[in-house]
Design a protein around this ligand. Structure first.
Ligand code: IMP
Length: 180
C-alpha cells in the first residue's frame, strides 16, 4: 500500500496538530451553542473521530452519505444522496465535517440543502482544501491544510475504496490509476 504513494503531504503529526487547533477553535466559537456535527461518509470517518474528541462541548453527531465521483479521480459534478440524515436539523447550528474540498460541487449542494431544511447556521470543517480545483466559489470556515491540486489518498480519502486506512495523506502515484 505504501509503495503506491509518491509523496506524503500531511504527516500523522500534522494531522494530530490540526485536530487540536481546530478542536480548540470550535470549542471557543460554539461555546454558547449546541451544534450538531454532520459527517459526510465515508471520507470523514478518521477525521471526525479524532477532531470530535478535541472539541470540549456537548454536541450530537449524525452522518450522511453522498457521492460525486462514482469510482474515478474526477468529480462528476452530479451529487447524489446515498444515505440521508436520520434527524431533523431545523433550527440547528450545523457543522459539516469533510475530508477534502475540491470543485466544491458537493459542499455547495449540501449547504443549500441544509439551509432549505431550516438549519439556523451551516458551516464547514474540512481537513484539506484544494482551492485550485474550484468550479464553484466556496470558502470553508475551518480548514486543516491547503494542498496543491493533486489526487491524494489516506486518512479517510480513497481511490476506488482503497487506502482510507493510511495514517497520513499522500499523493497517489499516477501509474496506479493510469493503467486502467
Ligand atoms: P468536490 O465536490 O469536488 O469538492 O469533492 C468532494 C469529494 O470528492 C470529497 O469528499 C472526496 O470524497 C472527493 N475527493 C476530492 N478530491 C479528492 C482526492 O484528492 N482524493 C480522494 N477523494 C477526493
Amino acid at each position: 500500500m505504501h509503495n503506491d504513494i509518491s509523496e506524503i503531504l500531511v504527516t500523522e503529526k500534522e494531522i494530530a496538530d490540526i485536530c487540536i487547533r481546530l478542536g480548540s477553535q470550535l470549542t471557543k466559537d460554539y461555546k454558547d451553542k449546541n451544534p450538531i456535527l454532520i459527517g459526510l461518509l465515508k471520507g470523514c470517518m478518521p477525521f471526525m473521530s479524532d477532531l470530535s474528541r478535541k472539541i470540549d462541548l456537548k454536541f450530537d453527531m449524525a452522518y450522511m452519505s453522498v457521492s460525486s465521483y462514482h469510482g474515478g479521480i474526477a468529480s462528476s459534478g452530479d451529487v447524489k444522496i446515498k444515505m440521508d440524515l436520520d434527524i431533523s436539523i431545523k433550527g440547528r447550528d450545523v457543522l459539516i465535517i469533510e475530508d477534502i474540498v475540491d470543485t466544491a460541487n458537493t459542499i455547495v449542494t449540501i449547504v443549500e440543502l441544509f439551509k432549505h431544511r431550516g438549519a439556523n447556521s451551516v458551516k464547514m470543517v474540512t481537513l484539506l482544501d484544494k482551492p485550485e480545483g474550484r468550479l464553484r466559489p466556496y470558502q470553508p470556515e475551518y480548514v486543516g491544510k491547503v494542498i496543491p491540486k493533486a489526487f491524494v489518498v489516506g486518512y479517510g480519502l480513497d481511490y476506488d475504496e482503497y487506502y482510507r486506512n493510511l495514517p497520513y495523506v499522500g499523493v497517489l502515484k499516477p501509474e496506479v490509476y493510469n493503467h486502467e
